[in-house]
Design a protein around this ligand. Structure first.
Ligand SMILES: [Zn+2]
Length: 133
């Protein structure tokens, strides 16, 4: 016979998780433009807004990962070197999985908390915490 606890557990598991919205997270796509020896991400601001991350953090990450200086120019990111769209999307994807997506529930509703030089990814949907690097 099923215990009351088991019943309760089963009922809970059957409930739709209404705190989570069902809309799928669409990762932003970088709009690339070549300008001489530079590669511009034209919609950089929009990407940062969508990911809710500081432009400075993402620009530093892109510069480091792509091994070129990266500077912000208005809402654009200027990469001082020729980079292919494929490379940029790959790095952007890596950034999103490391600094945006929750490791537990795979949702993007997270924030970065920094303390003592250590970054922690805190999920606003499920409460999970994980070091971000
Ligand atoms: Zn989560």
């Amino acid at each position: 016979m099923e215990s009351y606890e088991d019943l309760l557990k089963r009922a809970r598991a059957a409930l739709p998780e209404k705190t989570l919205s069902n809309e799928r997270f669409e990762p932003p796509v970088a709009e690339i433009m070549m300008q001489g020896n530079k590669t511009l991400i034209r919609n950089f601001d929009a990407i940062c807004q969508k990911l809710r991350r500081e432009p400075a953090l993402l620009s530093k990450y892109m510069g480091r990962e792509l091994a070129v200086p990266a500077t912000l120019d208005g809402g654009k990111l200027v990469l001082h070197g020729k980079k292919y769209e494929r490379q940029i999307s790959e790095k952007l994807g890596n950034f999103i999985s490391a600094f945006v997506i929750c490791k537990e529930c795979k949702r993007p509703d997270t924030k970065l908390v920094e303390s003592g030089g250590v970054r922690t990814l805190v999920c606003e949907a499920c409460g999970a915490r994980a070091p971000a690097r």
